[in-house]
Design a protein. Structure first.
Length: 94
C-alpha cells in the first residue's frame, strides 16, 4: 500500500464487496499488516466469527534474508503475537 493511503477505507471497500477472509503475516510490513487489520476489526465492531484470518510465521525478516525458523518456540511465539496484535483472541486456540 502506498504511503498516505487509507487502509481502513480499502478494508471497508473489500468487506463491503462481501469478502470476509484476510491474509496477513507478521513479516508483512514488520507486523504492520496485522496491526492495521486488528485495529480495523476492532474499530468496526466486526464479530470474530464473521471473519477468517490467515497468518503465517517461521520466517526471519528481510534483513536476515527471510531465513526459515520453524522451531516450535518460534512458531508458537509468533502465533501468540499475531493473535494479540490482531485483537481477535487473547490466547491460542488449538
Amino acid at each position: 500500500m502506498e504511503q498516505g493511503a487509507d487502509p481502513f477505507s480499502l478494508l471497508d471497500h473489500i468487506w463491503g464487496s462481501g469478502c470476509n477472509a484476510f491474509d496477513c503475516a507478521r513479516i508483512y510490513g514488520d507486523g504492520e499488516c496485522e496491526y492495521i487489520l486488528g485495529e480495523w476489526l476492532k474499530s468496526r465492531g466486526i464479530n470474530r466469527e464473521e471473519v477468517g484470518v490467515v497468518t503465517k510465521g517461521g520466517s526471519a525478516p528481510q534483513s536476515r534474508q527471510w531465513a526459515p525458523d520453524i522451531s516450535e518456540d518460534t512458531i508458537l511465539g509468533e502465533l501468540d503475537t499475531s493473535l494479540k496484535v490482531l485483537l481477535c483472541v487473547t490466547k491460542r486456540v488449538h
